[in-house]
Design a protein around this ligand. Sequence first.
Ligand code: DAH
Length: 323
Amino acid sequence: MESNHSLLIEKLKQALVECKTEQELIKIKADFLGKNGSITKEFEQIKFAEDKKATGQVLNSVKNEAEELIKACKSKFEKIIEDHYFDISQPGRDIKIGTRHPITLTINDITKIFNSYGFSEVSGKEIETEFYNFEALNIPKNHPARDMHDTFYVDVNNLLRTHTSSVQIHSMLKYKAPLKIMTPGKVYRCDSDPTHSPMFHQIEGLYIDENVNFCHLKGILIQFINDYFGSNVEIRFRPSYFPFTEPSAELDIKFRGKWLEVLGCGMVHNSVLENVKISTKRFTGFAFGLGVERLAMLKYDIKDLRLFYENDMNFLRQFEGIK
Ligand code: DAH
């Protein structure tokens, strides 16, 4: 008898170890303690026992032990449910959808316009050598134009590009002429005030082909300003100096009664073409470089350039919905 009882308990323990769900536990309980359960059935033996009282007591303790074991298993399931409980009636968290940064919006706007004029987008590197950033662009060592650039040097040979003009050299060496490219990207100068940031963005344009002249340059840039701001912007070309263009000009637009400079441009200097082995007899070209922040500030009426980089959500949210 004894061993039969302990066998039943052992079987029950085994069943509980393998039990995975509450449903299974209900079945196990029925199998052992239900009306026809194997432990319940043992109670029928009392009437054949010599010492009915003692047998009854033993069976009761077996039954109690079985009940305890089943209860322990049940509370294990309840604990799992408790640990994984969440209130399905709670409202969901408000998920804010991000927006494009105004600088990204502006770059997209500008490149889309130049793309419609046939300029293909190429990308360049932000760490450059002096050759690409200066020398090949006709800015030799000790040239005063280098001072204006306030360059960040990475080490003796490498620097953070001070303008996207370096991509002109890479592109002409790689693709030769004819060529019609634009290249947006970050540039770096050791400079910081409400209208200057140590990192800012430029878009460079370069068009090299046979018979490209200053009229093409003017025509495309006037068209661009009108497409970007909408028509009726007063524009002037002002003679200027850049080592890599000849003649050079700056384009100003009239904004709130004042002339504001928005880009530099000019006919690609013969020395630059020679540096990249493009025939100056056959090809001519124009180039321009514009400041993205400057154009974004004008379009969205932003007074302090540093707002673009402070990650202030109140500022950035204002561009929600602009594509
Ligand atoms: N690289 C000049 C700057 O950062 C801008 C510039 C002027 C680019 C004239 C040009 C250009 O391509 O033709 O100030």
